[in-house]
Design a protein around this ligand. Structure first.
Ligand code: ADP
Ligand code: MG
Length: 256
């Protein structure tokens, strides 16, 4: 569980995040949605400690990350898995070596156990057969799955994904969403996903935070989003005709 309290982030005199309060639950895919430039990445970077908030608290299972000393922060970081916009794999390493990387960096297990763990993670994303390939030799969707395998190698308690579907076709995006959702439930992780993909919202939006110009404008679930009367949210979510129709249908404004 990650709780954000009264979080502000400014760059100079530009306020990017304004008094964010939100609870991200275990075993759920918690989505942060909003237009490009609304503050999703800055929020995620504050949560994982890549940016320092101007004020506020970030509680990891009750512990305020901001107050921790360097050593304690490092210890907590090992429990965080991250998947960023580009898969960010090491091009010169094989698929297997990519997944082994965090294990070699942070695990004291024997080589044999590390290999076993890497194989397990690759099998979990259905990529055992591609273990000797290099990132340049596999598709974008496969690269994302390697990134997921690498992110879960250390058995993280918290998983962060910034636009995991960027650059993927809709069908592959569904596969990635399902995989992230399944492992979240399976390992009871607190998963936070930045997205502006409405398919993801409707597919895996257990909890949704809508950010508008740095404000936490709306929170709810994928079922609640359909019924929401929030104009700013609706302008964003139902910008496409397809989702407008879904909303009309769901709220029984029209008969089909
Ligand atoms: N390091 C920075 N310095 C100054 N402004 C920044 C910095 N990083 C992000 N911003 C600004 O913060 C706002 C939110 O950015 P971002 O979180 O990347 O948006 P999103 O991820 O929702 O597209 C943007 O206006 C962006 O220009
Ligand atoms: Mg972003």
């Amino acid at each position: 569980m990650i709780e954000i309290k009264n979080l502000d982030k400014s760059f100079g005199n530009k306020a990017v995040l304004k008094n964010i309060n939100i609870l991200f639950e275990d075993g759920k895919t918690n989505l942060i949605i909003g237009q490009s430039g609304s503050g999703k990445t800055v929020l995620m970077k504050c949560i994982v400690g890549l940016l320092e908030p101007t004020s506020g608290e970030i509680l990891y299972d009750g512990v305020n990350f901001i107050n921790l000393d360097k050593r304690a922060k490092k210890k907590l970081r090992i429990k965080m898995g991250m998947i960023f916009q580009s898969a960010a794999l090491f091009d010169s390493m094989s698929v297997m070596e990519n997944v082994m990387f965090p294990l070699n960096m942070f695990s004291n297990d024997t080589f044999r156990d590390k290999v076993k763990r890497a194989m397990f993670c690759l099998d979990r994303v259905n990529l055992l057969n591609a273990r000797d390939k290099f990132p340049g030799e596999i598709s974008g969707g496969m690269q994302k799955r390697v990134a997921i395998a690498r992110a879960i190698a250390l058995n993280p308690k918290y998983l962060f994904c910034d636009e995991p579907n960027s650059g993927l076709d809709p069908k592959t995006s569904l596969v990635i969403d399902k995989l992230i959702h399944d492992i979240t439930v399976e390992y009871n992780m607190t998963t936070i996903i930045n997205t502006h993909d409405m398919n993801s919202v409707m597919g895996i939006g257990d909890n949704i935070l809508y950010i508008y110009e740095g404000n936490a404008e709306w929170t709810g679930t994928k079922d609640e989003i359909i019924q929401s009367e929030n104009t700013l949210l609706n302008d964003f979510v139902f910008a496409s005709d397809l989702f407008k129709k879904i909303k009309e249908y769901e709220t029984k404004k029209v008969d089909y």
